[in-house]
Design a protein around this ligand. Structure first.
Ligand code: ADP
Length: 239
């Protein structure tokens, strides 16, 4: 069973149709990149998966059943979400930020502590960072803390919305490597949104190209790369 499935999902913002009857499923424990120009509907699609946006019509089936918006907070505990800018709480230390969901869900303190140490080591943050505040960190370090926070409860699904967009190329490469390493150690169903073809090709197992709210192409990356003359790849050069 696929953890994420859309059936004929459309979404309107007033007159604007952001998504046009999308039907697809996402492979479990793989990285799926959703790529497309700005305004193609990528963020809308992602926010429908975690219930931040309720589709105008159609069904978003997550963890095997239609999203129940009355229990959406419960569902969101199983969905990591990382956006550009990280959304860290400025008045909390790195440790308090990462461990937040542990406190909220009543996780045993030593379990949380071990998990925080493990996650920080995966993204190459030394324990010295634990007592720092977000303003004392570089953009890359903040993004790493954001990743750790999203991974605290080991969610089976992880959504990333242009999460690495604001980073310099070197830092972005380092975090890409850390994410891929994390995926090897703890495989999860990752959906990442990007307008950067290189990033999409580098990180993903499967690629979906969106254009004006429609799926232009959706296929395993290997298949796409084996067809260099594919229109999908040519289209990408304009993104
Ligand atoms: P992307 O993530 O690919 O940039 P979005 O999902 O953000 O695309 O947007 C898809 C379309 O919906 C665009 O035309 C955008 O202008 C419109 N849109 C997105 N959010 C809103 C909103 N809150 N109100 C009105 N229109 C919106």
């Amino acid at each position: 069973m696929s953890l994420i499935r859309f059936e004929n999902v459309s979404h309107y913002y007033n007159e604007t149709q952001a998504l046009k009857g999308l039907t697809f499923e996402i492979d479990n424990r793989k990285i799926t990149a959703i790529a497309g120009k700005s305004g193609s509907g990528k963020s809308t699609l992602l926010q429908i998966i975690n219930g931040l946006i309720r589709p105008s019509s159609g069904s978003a089936i997550v963890f095997g059943s239609m999203l129940d918006y009355r229990k959406i907070n419960e569902t969101r505990l199983k969905i990591g979400y990382s956006v550009q800018g990280t959304g860290l709480f400025p008045h909390m230390t790195v440790y308090e930020n990462i461990s937040l969901l542990g406190r909220i869900t009543g996780q045993l303190k030593h379990v949380t502590e071990m998990r925080v140490d493990f996650l920080m080591s995966l993204v190459n943050l030394t324990p010295l960072f634990k007592t720092k505040y977000p303003y004392q960190l570089s953009g890359g370090e903040q993004q790493r803390v954001g990743l750790c926070r999203a991974m605290l409860l080991n969610p089976p699904v992880f959504l990333l919305d242009e999460a690495f967009g604001a980073l310099d190329p070197e830092t972005r490469n380092e975090i890409h490597a850390e994410l891929l390493n994390m995926q090897k150690l703890e495989p999860r169903t990752i959906v990442l949104v990007t307008h950067d073809l290189k990033e999409a090709l580098k990180l993903s197992d499967n690629l979906m190209l969106l254009n004006e709210g429609e799926i232009m192409q959706y296929a395993p990356k290997e298949k796409i790369l084996s067809e260099p003359a594919n229109e999908f790849v040519r289209n990408f050069t304009t993104i």
